[in-house]
Design a binder for this molecule. Structure first.
Ligand code: AMP
Ligand code: GLY
Length: 428
């Protein structure tokens, strides 16, 4: 099979890395890819965007058998519908299905109607009534732009002033453009977050192992939220009983509920969950794709051939597939640019990559890197995802951090406590 991966971050590096191990895959292409992906795939400069005409033509000309779409933006814009209209096989949700991420109001309405456990929310298009409503609540306040805002559209405000400012920025100043035309004010959910992803062909749902992200920039979950500073799998907060509950009350009913509403959800469904003090899971958000950085530790643990799974999704025969997971635990530590998630400089030379011996249990996934004069330099906020699999989470953490110590670039910052929540939970 010839497989095309769309995207160019750490998630797509992990997807391409896993596909390259498949005996069924003759060649992996990636558009646009990055210097890390270039070690396992051929990166192609074809334009992905607009009506997807260029990339569809490219895929047909190169006899691509299967396309896997990494990021949410092309999914929400209908890349899957466009590929399928041309008879191309593709793993990912249609434009209608991708609304589960593309419109937080669509997702919330769906969840409330279908009885999927989640927090309450009110929607606003004008700042005055939104602020009036905020004044009836108490801190913390959760304010979200309904549309896609590159991961920045959700704000947890700890004071009424900050909450008012956020509402004004979204609705009056339109800092997120159209994505912020409608705003949700949500019930604040307390507890511990976990990510449960599933493969689905619209009928069969195969849950993946659990994972946990680390959103805030600093140790101890301090500071502003980022795209994710590290992740591990499995997440001990998700016990086997809870895993079953999440499948029975969230993942399967979501796919079934969408199908009953005429939407066949094919691809990866990502449930961002809050596990409450009462031990019950509630949905914070759905994403229509693999998580980043959860994908890096998840795909390192996935034993089943990803190409087989993705093809079965495209052909709507996922019921034939059984997922197997490698034992042990995997951990991904993100090395970020100094200043991230605020402004940061790019173009810093990365040293030490050649000192890492990679195999199927150790990988340095590239997220924001570029080539300059034959050298790898930084080109994004999240730069690398150092990922290791080991028999225990303690050993996986140690392995990942040992490698982090060998890689250097000007201003590098990373959290020192990735996986600590798993250790604490296992100790208690
Ligand atoms: P989202 O983009 O919806 O995933 O939100 C980003 C982050 O904000 C989440 O990972 C949570 O840490 C936090 N968050 C979002 N919604 C809520 C909520 N209703 N209650 C508590 N925290 C939330
Ligand atoms: N890790 C969070 C996300 O992918 O949205």
């Amino acid at each position: 099979m010839k497989v095309l991966v769309i995207g160019g971050g750490g998630r797509e590096h992990a997807i391409a890395w896993k596909l390259a191990q498949s005996p069924r895959v003759e060649k992996v292409f990636c558009a646009p890819g990055n210097p890390g992906i270039a070690r396992v795939a051929e990166c192609v400069g074809v334009e992905v965007g607009g009506d997807f005409a260029a990339v569809r033509t490219w895929a047909k000309d190169h006899a691509i058998d299967l396309t896997i779409v990494g990021p949410e933006a092309p999914l929400v814009d209908g890349i899957v519908d466009a590929f399928e209209a041309d008879g191309l096989k593709v793993c990912g949700p249609s434009r209608a299905a991708a609304q589960m991420e593309g419109s937080k109001i669509f997702a919330k309405d769906f969840m409330l109607e279908a009885g999927i456990p989640t927090g309450a929310a009110q929607y606003f298009t004008q700042s005055a009534p939104a602020i009036e409503y905020l004044e009836t609540l108490s801190a913390p306040y959760v304010i979200k732009a309904s549309g896609l805002a590159a991961g920045k559209g959700a704000v947890v405000a700890h004071s009424l002033d900050e909450a008012r400012d956020t509402v004004r920025q979204m609705l009056d100043e339109r800092v997120f453009g159209e994505a912020g035309e409608r705003v949700l004010i949500e019930e604040f959910l307390e507890g511990e977050e976990a990510s449960m992803l599933a493969f689905t062909d619209g009928t069969t749902v195969l849950p993946m192992s659990s994972a946990q992200d680390h959103k805030p920039i600093f140790d101890g979950d301090k500071g502003p939220n980022t795209g994710g500073m590290g992740a591990y799998s499995p997440a001990p907060v998700v016990t086997p009983e809870l895993e079953k509950e999440i499948f029975d009350t969230i993942l399967q009913p979501t796919v079934d509920g969408l199908r009953k509403r005429g939407i066949l959800y094919k691809g990866i469904l990502y449930a961002g969950l809050m596990i409450g003090r009462d031990g019950r899971p509630r949905v914070v958000e759905f994403n229509c794709r693999f998580g980043d950085p959860e994908t890096q530790p998840l795909l390192m643990r996935l034993d089943t051939d990803l190409a087989e799974v993705a093809l079965a999704i495209a052909e709507e025969r996922l019921g034939e597939i059984e997922l197997r997971w490698r034992p042990g635990a995997s951990v991904c530590v993100v090395l970020a640019s100094g200043g991230y998630p605020g402004s940061y400089e790019k173009g810093k030379e990365i040293e030490g990559l050649d000192k890492v011996r990679e195999d199927d249990s150790i990988a340095v996934f590239h997220a924001g890197t570029a080539m300059r004069d034959g050298r790898v330099v930084t080109s994004g906020g999240r730069v690398l995802g150092v990922t290791a699999l080991a028999p225990t989470v303690r050993e996986a953490i140690d392995r990942a951090y040992t490698i982090c110590g060998r890689i250097r670039f000007d201003g590098v910052q990373f959290r020192r406590d990735i996986g600590k929540k798993a250790l604490d939970r296992l100790a208690s």
